[in-house]
Design a protein. Structure first.
Length: 320
């Protein structure tokens, strides 16, 4: 009974639903505020993403006449549930909820489910704007998945040195290795992989200038063109939570050696690092860059970003 209660606590409170929503909303609000300040604007309140979600929840859900009702309504729920599940596999430095021998594989799969849920929802809406958006979302996924996988392989190879397989996909094992040998961010052979991961974060989240699937001025919100009411709000909330999830994943992969011994303090450190990563990977590019074209995103990620990750993988595999 006690184990069941702890599991419910982990899923609903920490590090699951409540914690992810609170931190994700704060990061999204802070991002909007920072971008506004850099553009000499006041910007919305810090909790504006939460107000937007509540406003959506109070609106009517309008389902297009030709939409596949079941898929249309299930898609945002599936994506949000998959993202919260990812949070349970990411250690908060010294604190781990679930740990397996293939955490990275599970996380990669679940993050793909989040993107696929948006594609399915857009396809189920029957809208031509959503159709263009889902095709762009597929291009974006193909673009960042390759460097993302190469980064995970490079980190797993470095932390799995000496293991029977020579590579590990356990996040807890990666954290333990960094506690004993130092953070991977400061190993020169993994610096290119860390840079590649910094580029992967905004595209995985769908942030400007990589928001090609939801280009408001071009395709009327694209994949979300036909969504309204609570389903639209849930997609927006998923976007906020994903900001925290990707920042937390970077912290664990490259800064996992940070341990205070206190769960609450570890959580505060991770939130602080997530704020810094939000500013570097999302706010600054948003403020200074124009939106990339679809072909530019694909070319950039399969050449520059994938090249950086591949350099680290080769160096690590050679034992350098």
């Amino acid at each position: 009974m006690t184990n069941l209660l702890w599991t419910v606590f982990h899923v609903l409170v920490f590090p699951g639903l409540l914690f992810c929503v609170v931190v994700g909303v704060l990061l999204a609000g802070l991002d909007r505020k920072l971008v506004a300040r850099m553009q000499n604007r006041v910007g919305p309140p810090l909790l504006q993403p939460w107000y937007d979600f509540l406003k959506c929840c109070g609106k009517e859900t309008i389902i297009p006449r030709h939409a596949k009702r079941g898929l249309f309504l299930a898609a945002p729920v599936l994506g949000f549930a998959a993202l919260i599940t990812v949070a349970l596999f990411i250690p908060v430095f010294s604190y781990s909820t679930f740990s397996t021998t293939a955490d990275l594989v599970v996380i990669l799969y679940l993050l793909t489910v989040v993107g696929v849920s948006m594609i399915v929802g857009a396809a189920a809406s029957g809208s031509p704007f959503a159709g263009v958006g889902l095709s762009r979302e597929m291009v974006a996924m193909i673009s960042y998945e390759l460097p993302f996988v190469l980064v995970l392989l490079a980190v797993g190879r470095m932390a799995g040195e000496g293991s029977p397989l020579g590579v590990t996909f356990s996040l807890q094992a990666i954290v333990n290795w960094q506690v004993a040998n130092g953070n991977l961010l400061f190993h020169w052979s993994l610096i290119p992989a860390a840079l590649a991961m910094l580029f992967v974060i905004p595209c995985e989240i769908g942030m400007h200038p990589f928001d090609i699937a939801e280009a408001e001025t071009e395709i009327c919100e694209g994949t979300l063109a036909e969504y309204s009411g609570p389903p639209a709000g849930l997609f927006r909330l998923t976007h906020c939570v994903k900001m925290y999830i990707m920042c937390a994943l970077f912290c664990v992969l490259f800064l996992g050696g940070i341990r205070t011994g206190y769960v609450a303090l570890d959580a505060l450190v991770m939130v602080g690092l997530s704020v810094v990563l939000t500013f570097v990977t999302m706010s600054v590019p948003h403020a200074v860059c124009a939106r990339f074209k679809v072909e530019q995103v694909f070319k950039f990620y399969w050449t520059v970003v994938a090249g950086l990750a591949l350099i680290s993988l080769i160096l690590v595999w050679l034992g350098l």
